[in-house]
Ligand binder design. Sequence first.
Ligand code: CMP
Length: 234
Amino acid sequence: TPEQRERLQQATKHILLFRCLDDDQMIDVIDAMFERKVAVGEKVIEMGDDGDNFYVIESGIYDIIVSINGTATKVGQYDNKGSFGELALMYNTPRAATITATAEGTVWAMDRETFRGIVLKKAFQKRVIYENLLENVPMLKELSPYERMNIADALVTKIFEKGDRIINQGDEGREMYFIEEGSVRCTIRKSGQSEEVEVAALNKGQYFGELALLTSHPRAASVYATERTKLAVL
Ligand code: CMP
């Protein structure tokens, strides 16, 4: 119904895995999803099972339980948003976690064939490309492979031409960048001076723009593309 469509559109808005889809593909995805009401205590997914559906949460609270050294351990929780169940469908592996509802809720399900046919191809390519890039970022070493994959889903590619300014010293920071191809130079302008002094040159595989996000201070340097440069933006 139009009412369901509206609710589903809201629920899928922030699903990172869907960022790789264009508008037409997104319509196909929404058409393919079906509603499932979940009762308290219900296991939506059971670890070790074959993968049937991918789920997007509309409402409800869901515990994530994995087996650590043979003991069922709660490692996280979804609170009225998010999605789960993609791993078994992506990698043809048994379910990696049990997902249990701790409150009444509603999820939207997409069957395996639709997920693989529409979402998987593009999302998978993206995960493979960025997994390698992200694996070599020291700052992200502490993350689990699962968390790194979620970052891969969130990345958006942007191209800058030679000489383009990517970051302006003094601005507020909202994004950080990983260099997929090309190179950049970082410059600092001392207060009261107009001259910019180069302080660093960065190449493929390196990243920048994280400092302002970590400290909430203004951008400490400007950054320019030294050639045509492809960046993954987070
Ligand atoms: P899947 O293995 O298909 O089914 C269980 C789901 O739990 C899994 O996909 C992920 O979507 C989700 N999940 C959330 N956190 C984790 C985690 N730490 N390890 C594995 N799966 C997780």
